[in-house]
Design a protein around this ligand. Structure first.
Ligand SMILES: Nc1nc2c(c(=O)[nH]1)N[C@H]1C(S)=C(S)[C@@H](COP(=O)(O)O)O[C@H]1N2
Ligand SMILES: [Mo]
Length: 416
C-alpha cells in the first residue's frame, strides 16, 4: 500500500492538476445529464433518448468515484500543503462531501428496486439537496478560479512548472490592492448572481420536497388550479371524506409527456371496447353515477419518489371488466390517455387485482387536471408509469401492446 502511494506521488503536482480536470469534466457531464433528467421540459421531448441519458448519468456517476479514490490516496500530502489555508481545506472537504454524497445516494437510486421505495425516496431527496447546494457552489468555484481571477500563489493545486511560467508572464501589474478589490467585487457579483438565479427555485424545491408532510396543502393548490370543468362534481363516499387513510403523505411531482389536457362535459367521455361482449361509452353524468369504492394505497414513481397513504375513490377495474364481459380471445388490457399520446397495459391477470382502480377522487376531492383528473388509473402494486393519467379508454386486445415508457426502455415488469 505505502509502496503504491509512493509511486502515485511521483509527479504529484501534475497528477493533481489532471485529476482536478478529469473530475471537473465528470461533474459537468453529470450536471448536464442530471438536469436534463429532472427537467420537465425535456421529458416529452427526448423520448427514448431519455433512457440513454439516464444510463450515461449512471455510468459516469459510478465512474466518478475513481478520481475521488485516486485523490484520497494523494490526500495526505495535499492536506499538509494546505495547512495555512483553512478555506481551501474547507473547499476540499465540501467537494469531497458532495462527490461522496452524490455517489452514495446515486448508487441507492440506481439500485432502487433492491433498496425499496422508502430508502430510494430519501436517496432522491439527498441527491436533489446536494445538487441544489453543490451545483451553485461548484459553478461559483469554477468561475472564481478562472486564471485571470486568481493570483497564482493562492491556487489550491500547484503545478510548479506552470506557476513559474505564469509568474513570468504576468509580472505584478498595478497596485495589488486595487486588483484585489476588483477581484473581490467580481467574486461577490458572481455569488450574488447565482443566489438570485438559483435561490427562488431552491426555496420552492425546499418547500415542496422537505415540507412534503404537509403535502395536502400543495395538492389543494393544484385543485384550485384545476383546469377541468366537469359537472356535477363527484360526491365523496363517507370513507373518502374524511379520507380513511388519514390524508396522503408526500408530494406528487407532476409528470406529463404532453401539455396537460383539460376537459369539459362536451369533450369528455369514457370508453371500454375491443374484445368485450358489450362495449360502453359513458358521458360524465353517467360515469360519476357508477358505483365507486374506496381504497388506501402508496404511490411509487420509478424515479425514486413516493406518496404514501392515498385514499383513492373510484371504480375497481375488475368491476368495469365484469360489466363489459371479457371475450375469450382477449389477452391484454390497454389503457389510453386523453392526452392522445400516453398508453399502457396490464395482462388480464394483473387487471384482476382487487386494488387496481379507475380513480375519480383523491383524499375525498376530485383529482385535479395536473394529477390526471378527472379520471386516472391507479395500480398500487406497480410503479406509477402504469397509472395512466387522463384515462378515457380501456380496450381489450389480443396479443401485446408496448406502453409509452416501456417503448422507451422502462421494464414491462413494473412490480414495486
Ligand atoms: N398520461 C400520462 N400518464 C402518466 C404519465 C404521463 O406522462 N402521461 N406519467 C406516469 C408516471 S412515470 C408517473 S410517476 C405518474 C405521475 O403521476 P403524477 O403526475 O400525478 O404525480 O403518472 C404516470 N402516468
Ligand atoms: Mo414515474
Amino acid at each position: 500500500m505505502s509502496g503504491l502511494i509512493e509511486r502515485l506521488r511521483k509527479g504529484y503536482g501534475k497528477k493533481l492538476v489532471s485529476l482536478h480536470a478529469w473530475n471537473g469534466w465528470i461533474v459537468v457531464i453529470l450536471a448536464l445529464t442530471g438536469l436534463i433528467l429532472i427537467g420537465g421540459f425535456w421529458r416529452g421531448f427526448l423520448g427514448e433518448g431519455r433512457v440513454w441519458i439516464k444510463w450515461a448519468h449512471i455510468v459516469v456517476g459510478i465512474a466518478s468515484i475513481l478520481p475521488v479514490v485516486y485523490y484520497l490516496l494523494l490526500a495526505g500530502k495535499h492536506w499538509k500543503q494546505l495547512k495555512q489555508k483553512p478555506w481551501q481545506r474547507f473547499n476540499v472537504l465540501v467537494v469531497l462531501g458532495l462527490l461522496l454524497g452524490w455517489f452514495g445516494s446515486g448508487v441507492l437510486l440506481w439500485q432502487f428496486k433492491a433498496v425499496g421505495p422508502a430508502v430510494s425516496n430519501v436517496a432522491l431527496t439527498v441527491h436533489d439537496l446536494l445538487t441544489w447546494i453543490g451545483l451553485p457552489y461548484i459553478i461559483y468555484h469554477s468561475i472564481t478560479r478562472v486564471k485571470w481571477l486568481k493570483e497564482p500563489n493562492r491556487r489550491t493545486i500547484k503545478d510548479e512548472r506552470k506557476d513559474a511560467e505564469s509568474a513570468s508572464l504576468h509580472p505584478a501589474a498595478g497596485s495589488p490592492q486595487a486588483v484585489y478589490t476588483r477581484k473581490a467585487f467580481i467574486r461577490g457579483a458572481i455569488g450574488l448572481g447565482l443566489a438570485v438565479t438559483v435561490g427562488p427555485s431552491f426555496l420552492k424545491w425546499l418547500g415542496t420536497s422537505l415540507g412534503s408532510v404537509g403535502g395536502s396543502q400543495t395538492i389543494d393548490k393544484l385543485i384550485e388550479n384545476d383546469a377541468n370543468a366537469l359537472i356535477p362534481a363527484p360526491q365523496p363516499l363517507p370513507a373518502s371524506a374524511p379520507p380513511i387513510g388519514g390524508g396522503a403523505i408526500g408530494q406528487f411531482r407532476v409528470y406529463t409527456v404532453t401539455p396537460i389536457p383539460s376537459f369539459t362535459n362536451a369533450d369528455w367521455s369514457f370508453k371500454i371496447d375491443g374484445l368485450v361482449n358489450q362495449s360502453f361509452q359513458w358521458d360524465w353524468e353517467k360515469f360519476v353515477a357508477l358505483k365507486r369504492t374506496v381504497q388506501v394505497s402508496d404511490f411509487h414513481c420509478v424515479t425514486g419518489w413516493s406518496v404514501y397513504k392515498n385514499t383513492w375513490e373510484g371504480i375497481p377495474l375488475k368491476e368495469l371488466l365484469k360489466l363489459a364481459g371479457v371475450k375469450p380471445g382477449a389477452e391484454t388490457v390497454k389503457f389510453y390517455s386523453g392526452d392522445g399520446v400516453y398508453t399502457d397495459t396490464l395482462t388480464l391477470e394483473q387487471a384482476d387485482m382487487d386494488d387496481v382502480i379507475v380513480a375519480v377522487m383523491h383524499d375525498g376531492k376530485p383529482i385535479p387536471s395536473d394529477l390526471g383528473g378527472p379520471v386516472r388509473l391507479i395500480v398500487p402494486k406497480m410503479y406509477a408509469y402504469k397509472s395512466v393519467k387522463w384515462l378515457n379508454r380501456i380496450e381489450l386486445i389480443k396479443g401485446e401492446h408496448v406502453g409509452y415508457w416501456e417503448a422507451r426502455g422502462y421494464s414491462n415488469d413494473a412490480w414495486v
